[in-house]
Design a protein around this ligand. Structure first.
Ligand SMILES: [Zn+2]
Length: 235
């Protein structure tokens, strides 16, 4: 009893300090806006990947603590892409099925506020692994996808030369280490993605940009708003 009584004010102080930090963070986020962009863009049409292809598995790390920030940054484990990119991904999925693999998606469309948060949390020497919020990310345009392969027989993700979001040389698409089988799998994914108009981001074997990314604006809407905003986006 004595111990818990002694601990009580400390815990209360800690909670109060945490609340102040959270409020400060919210204020910072509220003040920051995506960059203003000039030019004509296509009407955004984000579609949920699982609605198009049930064999696409979701492993949305940012909805869990199992990501480089150590905490969930999404409240919902869902993945969206602009329709042409999503349809191209379905074709990739179909092509890989014949080889015994499925696609496991780590992330697709990402609201701009999350890109800003990643940037603020990443030390200067690792910033090549995160997008500069003043330019926005291709994920913010709904035209980038982070993904890997899974084995259709076991349902398990395959072993690649490095881990998702690992900020080391093992992430590079031409990293020559790892096992021959790991490199073969990485290159199998790359060939299938490139055949459908996706280009790999060389420092990250898991990140692919869809060819039409320049035609879509940076978006900052939450997953839960996506259905509701349909038809109103772009205004
Ligand atoms: Zn990515």
């Amino acid at each position: 009893m004595a111990t818990s009584e002694k601990l009580l004010p400390t815990r209360r102080q800690f909670l109060f300090a945490s609340l102040l930090c959270a409020l400060a963070l919210l204020r910072v986020l509220a003040q920051d806006q995506p960059p203003k962009e000039e030019g004509a863009f296509r009407e955004p049409d984000l579609v949920e990947l699982r609605k198009l292809d049930k064999t696409i598995k979701l492993d949305i790390r940012y909805a869990t603590s199992n990501n480089f920030t150590g905490r969930p940054v999404y409240t919902e484990a869902r993945a969206f892409l602009q329709r042409p990119a999503a349809e191209a991904l379905v074709r990739v999925s179909r092509a890989l099925r014949g080889k015994g693999y499925g696609l496991a998606v780590f992330d697709g469309y990402r609201p701009w506020s999350v890109t800003k948060l990643f940037w603020d949390l990443t030390p200067a020497d690792k910033k090549q692994f995160v997008a500069d919020p003043s330019k926005g990310s291709r994920h913010n345009r709904g035209c980038a996808v982070d993904l890997t392969l899974y084995d259709l027989k076991t349902g398990r993700e395959v072993s690649m030369p490095g881990e998702f979001d690992e900020m080391t040389e093992r992430s590079h698409i031409s990293f020559a280490g790892g096992t021959p089988e790991q490199r073969r799998l990485r290159d199998t994914l790359r060939a299938a993605m490139e055949a459908e108009g996706f280009a790999v981001y060389e420092p990250e074997w898991w990140h692919y940009d869809y060819k039409d990314w320049k035609q879509y604006p940076i978006l900052n809407i939450n997953f839960s708003e996506i259905g509701k905003r349909r038809g109103k986006a772009g205004k």
